[in-house]
Design a protein around this ligand. Structure first.
Ligand code: NAP
Length: 294
């Protein structure tokens, strides 16, 4: 079997186009332009790449982007003061603080300082808690992207057996909550899980959010399963340069799975599209408008 390729790039482009159409409608009908503040502290090279592509796509969707580049030496108090100003700014509907932060800053304190109504990353405990109890919330972008991609293959995940490998607050945990909300039967695995291949082998849905290049092998996968690979790992390539690899051994997995996301071009582009969706929702909510149907 050769798995169906889930083309995250194309699916994300479609979602971004629908967001852009909705942004144009909001400007015309309500004079409302959604705005997102992107805060980057320090010089983490990967973060700089992410932030650049985020700001470009925000502009392409017709939204306003307010960029805040802060030096590596920024203190926690300075960053908290900036968050306070962004919370109070009516042109800013969403606030994204790029992680990781410089060592002297406690990321948890910063996240907790963001107004939950502007928390488009969905990391504030208020939104994480609301997601857990099944209440409307800003959902973290990567887990939301994973579920949307899986549902392009199986529109209903109800009753399916799912394994989420990884339990981070950014991906694994919120993804498990979303899958419970979709009525899947969910197992969450992590570094202490016994016999991970066996845990994975019988699942209809396999989500890998581990950060270990090509850990998930073909014989861990149930034939016909949907495999969503979140991992972004830089590995040495044969030509002496480097390449990006996922957490799943793609060459092996595509011979067994029913459908699979590639890396790159799978979850990554969808994650940014979901950030635009959250920002649009935040802007509508701030004006008392209904959430757009995309
Ligand atoms: P993380 O915070 O490092 O969490 C990794 C998780 O994987 C942890 O729960 C850890 O278990 C588990 N794990 C590590 N080694 C394992 C092993 N050998 N067997 C089983 N479980 C293991 O990472 P993250 O932020 O969730 O990110 C995961 C991956 O997704 C990374 O490659 C990251 O770059 C990528 N990512 C991609 C996007 C995107 O947009 N595509 C967004 C976010 C992250 P313990 O909890 O027991 O330590």
């Amino acid at each position: 079997m050769t798995a169906q390729l889930i083309d995250g790039k194309a699916i994300a482009a479609g979602l971004r186009a629908r967001v852009a159409a909705e942004v144009r409608r909001l400007a015309q009908d309500h004079g409302l332009v959604p705005g997102i503040a992107v805060v980057l502290a320090g010089n983490d090279p990967a973060s700089e790449v992410y932030v650049r592509s985020k700001t470009n796509l925000v502009a392409e969707a017709g939204m306003r982007s307010f960029d805040h580049r802060l030096p590596d030496s920024t203190s926690e108090a300075e960053l908290l003061a900036l968050i306070g100003r962004l919370n109070a700014d009516p042109a800013v509907h969403g606030i994204l603080v790029q992680l990781p932060l410089p060592a002297q800053i406690d990321a948890r304190r910063i996240i907790e300082a963001i107004d939950p109504a502007k928390d488009v990353d969905g990391f504030h405990p208020m939104n994480a808690g609301r997601l857990t109890i099944g209440a409307p919330a800003f959902v973290p972008c990567t887990p939301r992207a994973c579920v949307i991609l899986a549902k392009t293959v199986r529109p209903s995940l109800a009753g399916l057996d799912a394994v989420v490998v990884g339990r981070s607050n950014v991906v694994g945990r919120p993804l498990a909550q979303l899958l419970i909300g979709e009525s899947a039967t969910v197992t969450v695995a992590h570094s202490k899980t016994r016999d991970l291949p066996e845990v994975c082998r019988h699942k209809d849905l396999l989500f890998a959010a581990i950060g270990r290049a090509e850990l998930v092998k073909g014989d861990w996968i149930k034939p016909g399963a949907i495999v969503i690979d979140v991992g972004i790992n830089r590995v040495a390539a044969a030509d002496g340069k480097s390449r990006i690899a996922g957490d799943v051994d793609f060459a092996q997995a595509r011979e067994v799975a029913g459908a699979i996301t590639p890396v790159p071009g799978g979850v990554g582009p969808m994650t940014i599209a979901c950030l635009l969706v959250n920002t649009l929702q935040a802007a509508c909510a701030a004006r008392g408008l209904p959430a757009p149907v995309l």
